[in-house]
Structure formats: structure tokens, C-alpha cells
Design a protein around this ligand. Structure first.
Ligand SMILES: C[S@@+](CC[C@H](N)C(=O)[O-])C[C@H]1O[C@@H](n2cnc3c(N)ncnc32)[C@H](O)[C@@H]1O
Length: 222
């Protein structure tokens, strides 16, 4: 599918897929959305832990990897980050993405996120390990009860229903530790009910400024 690189309201890059009529991020600000949903409401609630293990669904541009590294540096966290991506960004597209300058981060680090090998653990910096899997989520085998946080950043259910099934949510539930959390931008009733059906306790939180009014956080209580 052809990727069109666009600018969102906070100046950060995102991608629009014409064929699917779908954006990778909120048009109201890709960085703002990542910081609000995944960092503030996903990562930081776990900041008292010695190491936080994160699983991201859909690495895409690598934005959530970047914002997580920045948060890890700012809050002295250690992160073990795993992510899956079925359709990686091409190396020649990386220059079209402006996250490093907007986040005040090293472009070399951004390039390394995308160019380190798949399927193995890469030590990106002392406090950050990155394991990327080039696979479909449904085909990926993950360790049970290993993760503290799931960043669920799939395309919208109206565009890619197969990512939002009870079967997939059961898989996310199983890979989380007790007291683990899943965060996502989608708060649709039908999706919340599917999360509840596999055992999550679901809460609605305020969404990012200017974007969707609400977001969803789901807890694996035990
Ligand atoms: C909403 S975008 C997420 C973007 C990403 N988190 C970012 O910040 O750029 C959804 C991502 O899921 C990927 N994807 C689509 N189907 C997938 C599948 N079956 N398994 C894994 N990833 C998939 C897409 O290629 C896309 O990169």
C-alpha cells in the first residue's frame, strides 16, 4: 500500500494510507497522542518497577519507541521493549519522518531503531532493550505473563477488524503479568466489551488534548 507522509497538528509526521483511508496517528498531533495514551497512561503508571517490559502492537514509524526512550531517560527507567510489525517502513522513507528533531533526540538513534535486526534483542542504550518481530500479530508467539504494559496501536477496528477480536485480546491478556495494563486510543463499546469478555477490567480515561475525547485502559487484575 502506498504511504503518504503528512504533517499533524503538533508538527509531527504521520502516514496516511489512501487505499485504506486510514492514518497511523491522530491528525491532532502524533507526538501528543503518543505521550498521552502510551507514556502517561501506559508506561508511567509502572515507573516504580525496576524494569518495565512493554509490548507494542504495530511499530510503524517507531514513534512510540522514541517517546518511550525519552520517558525512560527523563524518569530514570529501564525498559525491555518488544514490538511486532507486519509491514515495516522502508529505509528510504525514514528521512521523511521528523520525530527526532521535534523530540530533541538523536537522529542516529531513530535510524538504529529501524535498522537493527529483527527477531533478536538489541541493546539500544544502557536502559533500553529493543526486540522487533517482523510478523503478523496473530502468528507471533510470545511468552506468557511477561509484559507489564501493552501499547495496542493497531489500525481502527472499522479498517482492520481482525486485530480487535476476542482471540487477539485473549492473547494480550495472556502475555501480561498480573496487574498488567493494555492501553489503546479506541473506546468503542463493542471493543470494551470484547476486552471485558476475556477478563480485563476496563476504564475510560480522558483522551489527548484536541484529539478523541476518551481513551481506554484495561487492567489484568490477577
Ligand atoms: C496505527 S498504525 C501504528 C503506528 C505505530 N505505532 C506508529 O507510531 O507509527 C498500525 C500499524 O500496525 C501494522 N500492522 C497492520 N497489520 C498488522 C498485523 N497483522 N500484525 C502486526 N502489525 C500490523 C501496520 O503496518 C501499522 O504500522
Amino acid at each position: 500500500m502506498k504511504r503518504k507522509f503528512i504533517e499533524t497538528a503538533d508538527g509531527s509526521t504521520s502516514i496516511y494510507l489512501e487505499e485504506m483511508d486510514e492514518h497511523y496517528h491522530s491528525k491532532h498531533g502524533a507526538i501528543a497522542e503518543s505521550n498521552h495514551i502510551f507514556i502517561k497512561n501506559g508506561l508511567l503508571p509502572k515507573s516504580s518497577q525496576e524494569e518495565i517490559s512493554v509490548f507494542e502492537v504495530g511499530m510503524g514509524t517507531g514513534l512510540n519507541v522514541m517517546t518511550t526512550i525519552k520517558a525512560a531517560d527523563e524518569h530514570q527507567l529501564k525498559v525491555n521493549y518488544h514490538t511486532v510489525e507486519a509491514f515495516p517502513i522502508k529505509e528510504e522513507e525514514l528521512g521523511l519522518i521528523n520525530f527526532s528533531s521535534l523530540l530533541g533526540m538523536d537522529q542516529g538513534l531513530f535510524l538504529r531503531i529501524h535498522t537493527v535486526p529483527w527477531e533478536i534483542e538489541n541493546l539500544l542504550q544502557d536502559n533500553f532493550k529493543l526486540s522487533k518481530f517482523h510478523s503478523k500479530l496473530s502468528e507471533l508467539e510470545l511468552r506468557a505473563a511477561f509484559f507489564d504494559v501493552v501499547y495496542f496501536d493497531a489500525f481502527a477496528p472499522e479498517k482492520q477488524e481482525e486485530m480487535w477480536t476476542e482471540e487477539i485480546f485473549q492473547k494480550m491478556f495472556d502475555v501480561l503479568k498480573a496487574e498488567g495494563i493494555l492501553v489503546t486510543y479506541c473506546v468503542k463499546g463493542v471493543i470494551r466489551r470484547r476486552l471485558q469478555a476475556v477478563g480485563f477490567r476496563v476504564e475510560k480515561l480522558k483522551g489527548p488534548k484536541g484529539g478523541k475525547r476518551e481513551m481506554c485502559r484495561a487492567w489484568k487484575d490477577k
